[in-house]
Design a protein around this ligand. Structure first.
Ligand code: SF4
Ligand code: SF4
Length: 135
């Protein structure tokens, strides 16, 4: 991955907004990797949770937007419990999802889901999925 850093990015509205929405001090993370080592969804993620933290610190919004990681996060809090720095990474993941959804960008489009898939899925799964993945 090619990374372009600048002071503008480090102090961007994106970084400030994620800190505000999550209520976390993003700079406490020192990249130990314990969150990723325990994440039950890590096997399916294209960018691991500790890497997401690094991208947020550096203000690399586009790299996060191009990843499916925040949508795969199951909000299980394993990372939160394991973090030696007290970072609630699950809240950072939620803040990242919110930022996209607030732009009216859905991760899944309910109207485009095949009817047979909708019929197969339990209603409770659909409702909780739509709450997380749509604005
Ligand atoms: S809350 Fe999300 S990122 Fe954290 S361990 Fe669970 S699935 Fe992984
Ligand atoms: S466990 Fe905490 S300090 Fe370690 S990489 Fe994850 S968020 Fe950063």
């Amino acid at each position: 991955m090619r990374v372009e850093l600048s002071s503008k990015r480090l102090r961007s509205d994106f970084v400030k907004k994620i800190a505000e929405l999550s209520g976390q001090n993003l700079y406490l993370c020192y990249q130990c990797g314990k969150c990723s080592a325990g994440c039950p969804m890590g096997f399916a993620m294209d960018i691991l949770p500790n890497q997401i933290m690094r991208l947020v610190q550096l203000g690399l919004e586009e790299d996060i937007a191009n990843s499916k990681t925040v949508w795969l996060c199951a909000s299980c809090l394993t990372c939160t419990v394991r973090c030696p720095r007290g970072v609630d990474l699950s809240r950072v993941m939620e803040a990242l999802r919110l930022l996209t959804l607030r732009k009216n960008k859905n991760y899944v489009e309910p109207s485009k889901m095949p009817p047979e898939t909708v019929a197969d899925l339990p209603q409770i799964a659909l409702v909780s999925g739509f709450r997380k993945l749509t604005s």
